[in-house]
Structures are given as structure tokens and as C-alpha cells.
Design a protein around this ligand. Structure first.
Ligand code: CTP
Length: 407
């Protein structure tokens, strides 16, 4: 994946700078060319000579130290790079990047960069949670940077907290993902993708409802990833509070039956239909038209089973569509997911263990196993929901490409 890729590594002044030396080595081992720019802060922790020796390229340390009259060094590096990787990224460089400041070699070069950018923040926990830092991170996310979550663990300060540079494998995977998006840019080009997201909501009366903990984030990440990979995306969502990914068309619904109508209404248009929503299995048989008053006695609510939208989509395919479902389980994850794959006649089931904190509802991370009706079983690592989404599309699109080549 990284063979012959050109990676500009930007190092800023954190104790994790020493890990960037090993990071550059591992990137080079994977076939990449790595060129480095370092702030004076980074140079306080590790020398440019170390990085030059490892990368076999001169290291940029000063914007005005122009030794080659045939080029402007920071523009040259910016133009050269296929991927810009900022690792470790301090709170200071995040602030400069979020605000378009270029006042030394790293921030100045980053202003000129026009390739995908990956940032691995690393700092003290309190600096990370500082409101300004969080604001800058939000801004950078909005501006299209790929941000890697810092890891939790023992910090250089001598106590535990969030802020450690994540494992180098996590950083390398993020770079590979970005390269994949570039490389696989067209894997969903021209495809129509229909996705449901969020927990459905069943009215008890005009002010009360039955729902579940599903945040809708995974469905939104799948929509964003599909869009990034070139698809036209229609999202059927129960979560109007979530920001709609750029370029994605959204239709809001509440109940399972509304969702079924919306999904079936767009099924013929779609090439891929994904049920990422957590559909309420039951609805209130007779919702009250007026607010129910408490009168001191127990209340019994009768529930009726909802239609199974995924199963019904699978029987209503109009052409060669791919139907993808999810299986959120708290035990026997693969066994139950296999059961759902067969029972609902889906093409793929994405199984996840919602009993774990990092992979449950309402988190920003996830780890899933994809099961296909052909019997494939493919795991993703623990990644951000956006990266898991990208991986899901890659796995499915690659499998279909293999199928068509094999056919
Ligand atoms: N699903 C659906 N319609 C339903 C229930 C579920 O389309 N009425 C879809 C979900 O969107 C998901 C898959 O079916 O893609 C599995 O959903 P899940 O809630 O994990 O399983 P259930 O079928 O509801 O089974 P159980 O609650 O017993 O685990």
C-alpha cells in the first residue's frame, strides 16, 4: 500500500518526537520515501541528523535556510508529498494549522501542502482537553484533516491520562487508509448508496417514545466514507442533531415503519443498501393521541412486532444490489451474526460487540467483523468509526471486484 509513496513527516516539539524516528523507519520498511521537517521544539528532543540518517533525505529545519537556489524548499516539500503526516502534533501546531498560521518551517510548509493530511496529536491530557485545543481539533476535522485519537496510558508527566502518541501501527494504518482513499477514490464512483442510521423511535404518546441507545454515528461514518469514495449517498436518519456529511442527501424519519417506507422507496435507485440503524423490534400498538396522565395505578403498554426492514429489502431487490446489515451483539457475536446473515438473506453482515466500551453505542471508535454470504469472515482493527467505515467499503468493494474478475 505504501510502496513508493512520498510521505512528508512533520515533527513538532513533544517528548514523543523520539518515536517519530522509529515511525519513519517503519514507513520506509513499507516502501515509502520519507522527508522530514522539524520545528525547533522537535529538535530539542531529537536531532535532524538522526532523521536525515534514517530517511536519507536532508531535513528542513529553517524556512530561510535556502541552500538550493533552484527551488524554494518548503514549497518543494509540499509539492512532493503524497501524504503529509504530523507526528507528534503539539497543541501549538494544531492551533496554527486550525488558524492558517505559518511562522516557522513546519507550519509554513503545512500551509502549502495540497495532499491528504494526517495528524497524530500527542500532549499532556489537560492540554488535550483544553477548550481551545478541542475547538482547534473540531476545526481541523471540519477542514478535512484525518485526526488520530491520542492513546490513553502512562504519560511522560508520571501519571496516566489521554495524550500519548498512539501505537505506531495505528498511525501507519491511518496513513494507509488515506492512501487507500486516494488509490481507491473511484471504488464507489457513480454508485448509489442508501444507508439508514440511528435508533428508530416509537411513540407512546405525543411527548413520549420508546427508542434505544444507537447514536447513528456508524451510519453517518458509512455515508461520509461512501461519499469520499465517489458514491451518491442517500441517508435515512432518525438523528437530526448529527452534522450531515458534505454532499450527502438526508431524509429524516422517526419510526421503524417510516424508515421501511423510506428505504423501500429508494431501494430501486440503490446499488448498495445498508441497514446501520438500530430498528425497534416493537412499536406501541395503540399510541395515545393525548399525553397519558398518571393516575396512581400501573400502566400496561401493548407492543406489536415491527417489520424486519433488512429482511424485506433483501426480498425486494430490483437488480444486482448488495444488501448489508449490522448485528449488534453483547455475546456470541459471530454465531448470532451468522444467524442473522442467513435468516435475513443479506449479502453482508457487519458484526460488532456492543458490550465493550470502545465498540459500543455512542462511542467514536469501533471494531467490526464482516461476514459475507459466501462465507468470508474479515476483521477490522479498533479504529475511529470513520476509518472502520472506509475499511468496510474497501472490503466489500474489493470482494465484489474479485468476484467479477473470477466470474
Ligand atoms: N433490522 C431491521 N428491522 C428490524 C430489526 C432489525 O432492518 N425490525 C436490521 C438492523 O438494521 C440490522 C439487522 O437487522 O441491520 C440486525 O439488527 P439487530 O438489532 O442486531 O437484530 P434483530 O434482528 O433485532 O435481532 P435481536 O434484537 O434479537 O438481536
Amino acid at each position: 500500500m505504501l510502496q513508493d509513496k512520498k510521505i512528508a513527516l512533520f515533527m513538532t516539539g513533544g517528548i514523543a518526537s523520539y518515536k517519530a524516528a522509529e515511525l519513519s523507519r517503519q514507513l520506509i520498511k513499507k516502501g515509502a520515501h520519507v522527508r522530514v521537517a522539524m520545528t525547533s521544539g522537535a529538535q530539542a528532543f531529537i536531532t535532524p541528523l538522526t532523521m536525515q540518517t534514517l530517511t536519507k533525505y536532508p531535513v528542513l529545519t529553517d524556512t530561510f535556510d535556502e541552500t538550493d537556489p533552484t527551488l524554494v524548499q518548503h514549497i518543494d516539500l509540499a509539492d512532493w508529498a503524497d501524504v503529509a503526516l504530523v507526528a507528534p502534533a503539539t497543541a501549538n501546531i494544531l492551533s496554527k494549522m486550525a488558524n492558517g498560521i505559518g511562522d516557522e518551517i513546519v507550519s509554513t510548509t503545512l500551509l502549502a501542502v495540497h495532499c491528504p493530511r494526517v495528524i497524530a496529536p500527542s500532549m499532556n491530557e489537560n492540554m488535550y482537553y483544553n477548550l481551545a485545543t478541542q475547538r482547534n481539533l473540531r476545526q481541523l476535522r471540519e477542514d478535512g484533516y484525518t485526526l488520530i485519537e491520542p492513546a490513553e496510558g502512562f504519560l511522560a508527566e508520571g501519571y496516566s491520562g489521554k495524550g500519548r502518541l498512539p501505537d505506531l501501527s495505528v498511525i501507519i494504518e491511518a496513513v494507509e487508509d488515506v492512501v487507500a482513499v486516494t488509490k481507491w477514490k473511484k471504488i464507489l464512483e457513480g454508485k448509489n448508496v442508501l444507508i439508514s442510521a440511528g435508533g428508530t423511535l416509537e411513540r407512546v404518546d405525543p411527548v413520549r417514545y420508546i427508542s434505544n441507545d444507537s447514536s447513528g454515528k456508524m451510519g453517518y461514518s458509512l455515508a461520509k466514507a461512501a461519499k469520499r469514495l465517489g458514491a451518491n449517498v442517500h441517508l435515512v436518519s432518525t438523528r437530526p442533531q448529527l452534522a450531515v456529511p458534505h454532499g450527502v442527501e438526508v431524509e429524516y424519519v422517526e419510526s421503524a415503519r417510516d424508515m421501511q417506507e423510506a428505504m423501500e422507496g429508494s431501494l430501486a435507485w440503490s446499488d448498495y443498501a445498508v441497514m446501520a440503524a438500530a430498528v425497534s423490534d416493537y412499536r406501541v400498538s395503540h399510541p395515545s393521541e393525548q399525553k397519558i396522565k398518571s393516575d396512581g395505578s400501573d400502566l400496561t403498554i401493548h407492543l406489536t412486532e415491527n417489520p424486519d426492514i433488512l429482511a424485506s429489502l433483501a426480498t425486494k431487490k430490483t437488480h444486482d444490489q448488495t444488501i448489508i446489515g449490522f448485528a449488534a451483539e453483547t455475546e456470541h457475536v459471530i454465531k448470532y451474526a451468522k444467524g442473522k446473515l442467513h435468516k435475513k438473506k443479506a449479502d453482508w453482515i457487519v458484526a460488532n460487540d456492543v458490550s465493550q466500551e470502545a465498540t459500543g453505542f455512542n462511542t467514536d471508535t469501533n471494531q467490526v467483523t464482516l461476514l459475507s454470504k459466501e462465507g468470508q469472515l474479515i476483521e477490522t482493527g479498533l479504529l475511529s468509526k470513520d476509518d472502520v467505515a472506509l475499511r468496510i467499503w474497501k472490503i466489500i468493494a474489493e470482494a465484489e471486484e474479485d468476484d467479477s474478475h473470477g466470474a
